[in-house]
Design a protein around this ligand. Structure first.
Ligand code: TYM
Length: 338
């Protein structure tokens, strides 16, 4: 493979209500990769993706995009160190997305489990955009020739598709142009589960707000949700193996470990033999301690909308410096007259 600049890309949908799952599975890891300084880091609010499921009120989409930008910054993304922008301000994403619609095969797209879950029984009525969603996601990544993509486990299949699209394009045109991107799905929090049901992912679309912790929850909300989180009557075991059949307990231990930045086994070492009556208050303290300052910083940043818009515009400018030449070369390879 050709030598590609080590570059991280990832995105989050501004579809409202960031959860602890988004924070631990994505945002927190984005910050770690930025601070490691080993890669260029490019992070995006994918507003074009956010309209595939529903066309929300325009004011809502605008405020959710700005709120997501505030969440990135409050979590530790530095818009000077990383490129931080929203997708629709960089038209190259949609342009390359179209080309990938012509590379990807219907069969590949039909196998996407998120498509099947989201379209459900009503696939005939789902938007064409929802079906094409993963091809646009491949374009998001490959327009930057990104080599690494940190995501939660639910995005794994989309990243495999991204690799398939890059490989087919390279093969069909006999080039070594797009990198075969590596997914980075690491750590204890790649799949944070619902607080009410350990077999379901924590999600902003769950009808019960008690199933998730939102990044903007107050300390009281966080305490109430953790206190009421489903567990079992057993004490915490000494080794992680003892949690295999206890998904809710395992989830709370993983959340603790991710927030404290320690291995899950260290949590067991600390709490073995203790009941949830002791563990839960410790988790509340930790969660409030870590999330509280992020929530207040988000509200502070949201008061200066013009500054957020300036940051996004500047981010888009920097993103286009990478994206525009890649699109030009792609057109060249395909044979578009320029
Ligand atoms: P989205 O907006 O649903 O979620 C953003 C990120 O949060 C992760 N995540 C979780 N991680 C752990 N536990 C959970 N319960 C949990 N819930 C969400 C997701 O895995 C994701 O990393 N298709 C993407 C957005 C996207 C994208 C991209 C990502 C568009 N283009 C290019 C990477 C690269 C999505 O809908 O994520």
């Amino acid at each position: 493979m050709a030598d590609f600049t080590p570059r991280v890309f990832s995105g989050i949908q501004p579809s409202g209500g960031l959860t602890l799952g988004n924070y631990l599975g994505a945002m927190k890891r984005f910050v770690q990769m930025q601070d490691a300084g080993t890669h260029e880091t490019v992070y995006c609010m994918v507003d074009l993706h956010a309209i595939t499921a529903e066309l929300a009120a325009p004011d809502k989409l605008r405020s959710r995009t700005r709120e997501l930008c505030a969440a990135f910054i409050a979590s530790g993304i530095d818009p000077e160190k990383s490129i931080l922008f929203n997708q629709s301000q960089v038209p190259e994403h949609a342009q390359l997305g179209w080309i990938f619609n012509c590379v990807a095969r219907m069969g590949w797209m039909q196998r996407m489990t998120q498509w099947k879950d989201k379209a459900g029984k009503n696939a005939q009525n789902a938007s064409l955009g929802l079906f094409a969603y993963p091809a646009l996601m491949a374009a998001d990544i490959l327009i930057y020739h990104a080599t690494h993509v940190p995501v939660g486990e639910d995005q794994k299949q989309h990243l495999e598709l991204t690799r398939d699209i890059a490989a087919k394009f390279n093969h069909d045109y006999g080039v070594d142009f797009f990198p075969i991107t590596e997914p980075v799905i690491e750590g204890v929090a790649t799949r944070v589960m619902s607080l009410r049901d350990g077999s379901k992912k924590m999600s902003k679309s769950d009808p019960s707000d008690m199933s998730r912790i939102n990044m903007t929850d107050t300390a009281d909300d966080i305490a109430k949700k953790i206190r009421k989180a489903k567990t079992d009557p057993e004490p915490l075991p000494e080794a992680l193996d003892g949690l295999t059949e206890r998904p809710e307990a395992r989830n709370l231990v993983n959340i603790y470990a991710a927030l404290a930045e320690i291995p899950a086994q260290s949590v067991m070492d600390q709490f073995a033999g203790q009941q949830f009556g002791t563990f839960k208050p410790a988790l509340v303290d930790l969660a409030v301690d870590k999330l509280g300052p992020i929530g207040s910083e988000m509200s502070r940043l949201m008061q200066d909308q013009a500054e957020i818009d300036r940051i996004l515009a500047r981010g888009a400018e920097r993103a286009r410096e990478i994206a525009a030449p890649v699109l030009e070369q792609t057109f060249e390879i395909i044979g578009m007259v320029r």
